[in-house]
Design a protein around this ligand. Structure first.
Ligand SMILES: NC(=O)c1ccc[n+]([C@@H]2O[C@H](COP(=O)([O-])OP(=O)(O)OC[C@H]3O[C@@H](n4cnc5c(N)ncnc54)[C@H](OP(=O)(O)O)[C@@H]3O)[C@@H](O)[C@H]2O)c1
Length: 286
């Protein structure tokens, strides 16, 4: 992985800024210094979320790594420390949140508020594809996938909006998906997702991502003039645990795992749109 990045850094570093920045924006060359900025990244212990955390930390930001997997988050911090020995658990601070539980999300926001930190960005990267089946952890929502990918981020974002507005300029970045955009169907008679429990699990994923992108568009309009900008990003097809953790009993999950071996890109590239949306100064009030 490191050699991959060294080659990328070297080759893109050869290009002049005027050519690289519009076409090959790279955090190692082009990201502004983020010292003093504070970000929350859900699902930051793996995949593209981990890459977002890594490059925010490299840019001198403070990051709250919001996770339902505390051992995984501590391992992620140790992995970061191999490349960046200055990164402590104060700079990248793991905090527990289970996106399937409204109780857990409320507690997370209470705990974050107790830290008395500003908040300049929220990245909703936590997500799951096909499975597990069943309800969310507090049993309130019928579809595990719908609450993880949509209702959890929706609730968290709304609870944190006041923090973001107070610290403005600030940004919200939601990880959506081209699958959701093109194939996601929202059943307006079943917004809780009762029918999704028995449907094709890919349909639940697509619907959840479609709902997230609709929320993003609506929030971008409603937040105009508050100093909070809201973005939807797509990481491309990235080689992450998303596909490995999808239940193999679903043919679509097996197909994605095979396709991933051949076609998926490194999660670093999947994180670039989010890092760009979070940090690029000219996107302010766009
Ligand atoms: N990879 C792609 O090709 C692709 C394409 C389009 C969109 N996306 C989106 O990109 C985002 C990042 O996914 P990824 O590809 O990087 O996959 P990933 O490596 O599996 O990352 C997902 C993260 O979400 C966490 N998570 C899952 N359920 C959670 C819960 N209930 N509470 C808190 N955290 C939870 C996971 O933690 P654990 O691993 O510890 O469970 C993991 O850290 C997702 O929203 C995904 O839908 C990915």
């Amino acid at each position: 992985m490191t050699s991959h990045l060294i080659v990328d850094s070297f080759l893109t570093g050869l290009l002049p800024d005027w050519l690289r920045q519009p076409f090959l924006w790279r955090p190692q060359h082009d990201m502004v210094d983020l010292f003093g900025k504070v970000y929350i990244v859900t699902g930051g212990n793996s995949g593209v979320g981990f890459q977002v955390v890594k490059w925010l930390a490299a840019g001198n930001a403070t990051v709250i790594l919001a996770t339902h997997n505390m051992p995984g988050a501590r391992k992620a911090v140790r992995d970061l420390q191999r490349d960046m020995p200055h990164v402590t658990e104060t700079r990248v601070h793991p905090m527990f949140v289970d996106m399937t539980s409204f109780t857990s999300i409320t507690k997370f926001v209470t705990d974050f508020s107790a830290l008395s930190l500003p908040l300049h960005g929220l990245v909703n990267a936590a997500g799951e594809a096909m499975g597990p089946a069943g309800r969310g952890a507090d049993g309130k929502m019928p579809s595990h996938t719908l609450v993880t990918n949509y209702y959890g981020p929706f609730y968290l974002t709304h609870l944190l909006l006041q923090h973001l507005t107070t610290s403005a300029p600030a940004r919200i970045v939601n990880f959506c998906s081209a699958l959701g955009e093109f194939m996601g169907k929202v059943d307006w008679n079943d917004l809780r997702g009762e029918k999704l429990v028995d449907s094709d699990p890919l349909a639940a994923y697509n619907a959840s991502k479609r709902m997230l992108s609709m929320m993003t568009k609506e929030m971008a309009v409603r937040c105009k003039g508050t100093g909070v900008d809201v973005f939807a990003v797509h990481p491309g097809f990235a080689a992450t645990n998303l596909w490995h953790k999808s239940l193999r009993c679903y043919p679509a999950a097996r197909a994605f795992n095979v396709a991933e071996e051949w076609f998926a890109q490194h999660p670093f590239y999947g994180a670039l749109p989010a890092l760009y949306a979070l940090s690029e100064p000219h996107l302010q009030d766009e």
